[in-house]
Design a protein around this ligand. Structure first.
Ligand SMILES: Nc1ncnc2c1ncn2[C@@H]1O[C@H](COP(=O)(O)OP(=O)(O)OP(=O)(O)O)[C@@H](O)[C@H]1O
Length: 756
């Protein structure tokens, strides 16, 4: 209700005033202390010039740290200055009579003297009561303890520019009005934070046990991406003391998507986390750039039906755990002759026995990856050569000395004696020199024989050399399959490219043989659009990152890459993350009831059962319309006209989704010709932004994005009733928040006839 009409308006207004003033005082104080720190640093730097004192260096560091915290606090406080909190709870802890009135906001603020909270952070344990609790008895966890109490008030505020606009008390029956309003607003080109409207099922995911892997199946628009980012923010807050945000990594499907989420990260204070795509991660960890065919390029081939049977089979095999086991065997095969089979000798003396080397390499050093073992062994060889050479030379010298003594005391004739001893001396000297020379060659010879390949080369050898394939793949592929496999890879090699599915095995070889550099290892990994990953990819990420603490979010209904990815979550839990918690999100927040009805109707045409259908939050707009056209230019003219009309109705973001890139290019060219003033952009996979009036995007690339109004337009290649096409169309349909209109060629209606 309008804040002014609420019975507590006066008190709430005073409270807001107080908070506003308090923030101002804190900000002023912080500004002052900031300039003090800056002064201190300046002084310390001056001292550093003429004092050789590590103390002043420490001083610089200490103040720089202080400055950093202050800067961070300042930033946080400034960001909430106009809207310090969004909710209040009244909570009475069990066995206490004093009720606490807690105001919840995006960051916490305490009174300096009493430590009484002015604002409670939304991530704090007690705030859980706001997201989860209904009025009455409630409980929450803090520091491993369950705390109980009574929740007597749950209140929401709409505050704009520090003015209290609305106050809403939530009782058992009230619908979440603020959520409704938040969903009605237009989609900008960016994802937004939702701290004030997080729903209970989402809250459970955000706060789910951080010490266990988490798998989330969530329908389209259920907030998976949003929640992933909020869970990161929660994680960083909860473990602030002993956790560096850089130890978190989020893997997104492409760079376009990273750009889409980029604004919300700093808002949530999680901008320091590593954000990348799977292939960029692999190339980073390898320190090498490789030419992968993107999964979208592959999908285009699939949609266009070129070579599709082999493509699906090879991609599927390369993503399977069978291939993973094959790789494991291959690496054993590969390293078996890394250790020489003959002893390292200096003349007839053994410097390092092959048996000892084998024992070190295959037994003692197995805690290291093989290449590191070799390096360790090299160091060992160096030391051994040094000490053994001295030992051997001493032995040889002893033999000569004995002979010299024998000559000295056994030959009576002086001349003969002298000749003999001199000859022996010369021989001794020459022999020692020879030994020294030979000894010098031992380490370089050993090093020369060390394997010179790298992960990529070893992998190429495995997938393109018939002898290796025959030897290693015989337990996994029959002769015919081996042939297809080899030919496929040979073709790729000739074209200088790699399948996307090659990324995981190359990373596996890197990890298993060379090890992964520390900066590419993480404590916690988040994967969005995880339905597109294969079991092999999950497994290798777990190994390379050195953790099993993954948060995996995906939607099988949108699994347009399921020919290479997964078809169910059970396999992921069974084979990769046996300890994972599995949670689902059924509510969809993005699209209207009308759009979701059509999308669900489409989903039910899937050949297999058991798909979780989305339940939209009750929000209405015009029902989707479908139009069969006979002339594509005419249809595009109509779309342009509708865009102009809807812009007048306050819809802001528009997308035209085509089935293929080719269709999108045709649409784009037509728009340029028909309405050059309309700012249109054709989206590509590696695009980093899409700030335009209208974007034209192929169905497979639209995944994860959202727009106020979506037009779907097909040409001579209709969406058909196949698993892939149904999923592609489902993804396209569920991108719209408010309106969806479909245009298809009347000669090629495909599946549209069944749903409209
Ligand atoms: N609790 C919420 N309050 C307000 N808005 C929400 C809430 N949850 C989700 N949304 C909004 O719903 C939309 C969909 O969210 P998001 O893109 O995170 O969903 P998703 O599950 O990743 O979708 P998809 O799988 O279809 O790409 C976004 O606009 C998001 O801001």
């Amino acid at each position: 209700m309008d804040a002014r009409e609420h019975q507590d308006f006066k008190k709430e207004k005073e409270r807001l005033e107080f908070t506003k003033n308090y923030i101002e005082i804190v900000l002023e104080a912080a500004e002052k202390s900031k300039s003090d720190y800056q002064g201190n640093i300046k002084q310390a730097l001056v001292d550093l010039d003429y004092l050789d004192s590590s103390l002043s260096y420490v001083n610089v560091l200490a103040n720089a740290n202080m400055l950093q915290t202050t800067e961070k606090d300042l930033r946080n406080l400034r960001s909430i200055q106009n809207r310090p909190y969004f909710a209040r709870i009244d909570f009475t802890p069990k066995d206490q009579s004093q009720e606490e009135k807690l105001y919840i906001g995006k960051t916490s603020l305490y009174k300096k003297d009493t430590r009484e909270p002015v604002i409670v952070d939304w991530r704090s344990p007690i705030a859980n009561v706001y997201y989860e609790g209904q009025l009455g008895d409630v409980s929450y966890e803090a520091n491993g303890e369950t705390l109980e109490g009574e929740l007597s008030l749950k209140r929401q505020y709409v505050i704009e520019d520090n003015q209290l606009e609305e106050i809403r008390d939530i009782d058992l029956t009230a619908r979440d009005q603020i959520l409704q309003e938040s969903l009605t607003t237009s989609a900008s080109n960016r994802l937004k934070e939702i701290v004030s409207t997080i729903q209970a099922e989402q809250n459970r995911i955000i706060r789910a046990d951080m010490d266990k892997p988490l798998i989330v199946q969530g329908v389209a628009g259920s907030g998976k991406t949003t929640i992933a980012l909020h869970r990161m923010a929660y994680f960083i807050y909860t473990y602030a003391e002993n956790f560096d945000p850089q130890q978190l990594m989020i893997l997104a499907p492409n760079r376009l998507f990273l750009d889409y989420i980029s604004d919300v990260l700093p808002e949530l204070g999680v901008d320091q986390v590593t954000q990348t795509t799977f292939t960029d991660y692999v190339q980073g960890a390898l320190g090498q750039s490789l030419n992968f065919i993107s999964k979208d390029q592959k999908l285009i081939q699939l949609i266009e039906n070129e070579e599709s049977r082999e493509l699906q089979w090879v991609s599927h095999f390369k993503g399977s755990l069978d291939f993973y086991h094959l790789l494991t065997e291959y690496m054993e095969y590969l390293i078996q002759d890394w250790i020489p089979s003959e002893d390292m000798k200096l003349e007839r003396y053994t410097v390092f026995s092959a048996k000892k080397m084998k024992q070190l390499f295959f037994e003692e050093y197995t805690y290291l990856p093989p290449f590191k073992r070799l390096e360790k062994l090299k160091e060992m060889v160096k030391k051994q050569v040094k000490s053994k050479t001295t030992e051997i030379i001493e032995k040889v010298e002893e033999v000569y000395d004995r002979q010299i003594d024998k000559a000295r005391y056994g030959i009576r004739d002086e001349e003969k004696r002298s000749q003999k001893t001199v000859a022996l001396w010369d021989r001794k000297e020459a022999h020692v020199k020879k030994l020294e020379k030979e000894a010098k060659k031992l380490v370089p010879t050993f090093v020369r024989k060390m394997p010179k390949g790298d992960a990529f080369l070893y992998y190429q050898r495995l997938i393109t050399q018939p002898k290796v394939v025959q030897q290693v793949a015989k337990n996994y592929l029959n002769k015919e399959e081996q042939k297809v496999f080899l030919e496929w890879n040979k073709q790729n090699k000739q074209e200088g490219k790699l399948d996307l599915e090659d990324a995981a095995p190359i990373l596996y070889i890197q990890q298993a043989i060379y090890g992964i550099e520390k900066k590419w290892m993480f404590k916690n990994v988040f994967i969005d659009e995880a339905q597109d990953y294969s079991l092999f990819e999950f497994e290798v990420l777990k190994k390379a990152c050195g953790t099993s603490l993954f948060t995996i979010l995906g939607d099988l209904s949108q699994g347009i890459h399921s020919y290479r990815g997964i078809n169910n979550w059970e396999d992921v839990t069974e084979y990769i993350f046996p300890k994972a918690t599995y949670l689902t999100l059924k509510q969809s927040y993005r699209s209207t009831v009308e759009i979701m009805e059509v999308a669900n109707k489409l989903m039910q045409l899937q050949p297999y059962k058991g798909m979780i259908l989305a339940e939209p939050v009750v929000r209405h707009d015009k029902a989707p319309e479908a139009m069969a056209y006979s002339d594509s230019k005419g249809a595009i003219t109509k779309i342009i006209q509708q865009i102009h009309e809807m812009k007048g109705e306050n819809y802001q973001s528009f997308a035209i989704i085509g089935k293929t890139t080719e269709d999108c290019e045709r649409i784009y060219r037509s728009i340029e010709e028909l309405d050059p003033k309309l700012e249109a952009a054709l989206l590509k996979e590696d695009e980093e932004n899409y700030h335009h009036d209208v974007v034209i995007v192929p169905s497979y690339l639209s995944k994860g994005l959202e727009f106020d109004v979506v037009f779907i337009m097909t040409m001579d290649k209709a969406f058909e009733e196949t698993e892939l096409d149904i999923k592609l169309l489902y993804v396209a349909m569920t991108r719209g928040l408010h309106r969806l209109n479909v245009y298809y060629d009347q000669m090629y209606p495909g599946i549209m006839k069944k749903i409209f």
